[in-house]
Design a protein around this ligand. Structure first.
Ligand code: FAD
Length: 385
């Protein structure tokens, strides 16, 4: 049996930090490579479904996450003026786990980093991989002139992964779909106590509470993928885009200023079917699959990938190639569901292009949305660890 004692994890995002924690908990020597010089991460907030919280319990960070974030058990869909169309109670969690807990991304990073440090993970900051060498791809030259040899390289280096290029070449990768996501952290009105969607024409707005006083507002809508939005005009551009919405969305739109912390990103979904490894270099998280944010499960899938990868690597069934292939097959099936469901949900909501479409959506959502999301809940919640 091939022993895996020394692991290089590439990428200090949610997936990479989780992988480092699980491998270190198994007693392996873990080095985590992150190209940023510090963990001053961009982004706004992350909703974490019960399946991810289940893994966080295994990683020993659940309590801190629940203490920091905002837990919610429902999702409401409204028309552009926040008149209720459908209410959904999530069918996830239980046994000490809420259906969802959402928190600022920077807080989740801080919690995971601290746990990794406690377990002795060595942080290698401000450098990237220059080459994957040797028979297994595990003899690594770094951009800061250093070199290392490992038993396994676990790459969680995100959507523009260098490891993915090493594993599958350039055929698979981010595919701009013509939809963009705007987000801004704002004060939470007391009455926003769950995830909210306001279906509009050509796009939706909504909110996710991420703390006692905070939430983030989002707007998902068609955008030219090659468009660059100047930082000093972001507040005006978002204000213009939110014009069709009433209620708190309108109030927030009016209050935007050049100082508002607005984040924009084009959505670029893709999924690599096979392979997810070459030699002993294996990938997970956004390096292998990127989904639209509709199920708020992209980071959750990265965390599950990390956990499952470490279990397969530690098992004694077959060669390391067999174990990495089994990991990819297991995770592809799960991620393909999330990818398909999220893409289809995005397509449905973005196909509302007129008042007549909105009227049709109102009827369809009030009949079927609850049942549809319940199905997704049960599938998502089926992950055990
Ligand atoms: C609008 C939007 C909203 C979302 N909301 C949610 C949500 O509510 N819940 C949820 O679960 N998911 C959500 N997601 C998805 C989630 O953000 C991602 O799926 C998740 O961050 C992926 O984690 P990761 O660790 O795989 O990659 P990343 O978070 O991208 O981390 C990759 C890390 O690798 C580093 N890196 C990159 N290249 C290299 C290199 N060559 N060498 C060294 N380091 C490198 C990067 O600096 C980064 O730190 C959302 C996504 C979007 C776009």
């Amino acid at each position: 049996m091939t022993r895996i004692d020394k692991v290089l994890v590439i990428g200090g995002g949610i997936g990479g930090l989780s992988a480092a924690i699980v491998f270190a908990s198994q007693g392996k020597k873990v080095e985590l490579l992150e190209k940023r010089r510090d963990f001053n991460v961009p982004g706004v907030g992350l909703g974490q479904p019960a399946c991810a919280l289940r893994v966080y319990r295994r990683l020993g960070v659940l309590e801190e996450i629940l203490d920091t974030g905002f837990c919610y058990d429902h999702m409401s869909t409204f028309d552009p003026n926040r008149v209720l169309i459908a209410e959904h109670r999530f069918q996830m969690g239980g046994n000490g786990l809420p259906a969802f807990c959402a928190l600022p991304r920077a807080d989740l990073h801080r919690i995971l980093c601290r746990r990794a440090e406690t377990l002795g993970v060595e942080f290698h900051m401000g450098a990237e991989v220059v080459s994957f060498g040797g028979e297994h791809g595990t003899e690594i030259s770094f951009s800061d002139g250093t070199f290392g040899e490992y038993d396994l390289v676990a790459a969680f280096d995100g959507i523009r992964s260098t490891a993915r290029r090493y594993i599958v070449g350039d055929l698979f990768g981010p595919r701009p779909c013509g939809i963009g996501a705007w987000r801004v952290q704002v004060d939470r009105p007391r009455y926003v106590t769950g995830m909210e969607f306001l279906q509009g024409i050509r796009g939706k707005a909504g909110a996710i509470p991420i703390g006692r006083d905070k939430m983030y507002l989002f707007n998902i809508r068609p955008e030219n993928p090659s468009e660059h939005f100047p930082a000093d005009a972001m507040h005006l551009l978002l204000k213009e885009r939110l014009e069709q919405f009433g209620s708190y969305v309108m109030d927030i739109a009016k209050s935007l200023t050049p100082k508002s912390p607005i984040v924009y990103g084009a959505l670029e979904p893709f999924i690599v079917p096979y392979p997810w490894h070459r030699g002993r270099v294996v990938m997970g998280g956004d390096a292998a699959h990127v989904v639209p944010p509709h199920l708020t499960a992209g980071a959750a899938m990265a965390v599950e990938d990390a956990y499952v990868l470490a279990q397969f690597v530690a098992s004694d069934s077959g060669s390391i190639h067999d174990r990495l292939r089994a990991y990819a097959e297991t995770r592809f099936a799960r991620n393909a569901f999330v990818y398909t469901f999220a893409c289809e949900w995005m397509n449905i909501e973005q196909s509302v292009r007129s008042e007549a479409d909105l009227a049709a959506a109102r009827i369809e959502y009030s009949k079927n949305l609850d049942g549809r999301i319940s199905t997704a809940d049960r599938i998502l919640d089926s992950f055990t660890c």
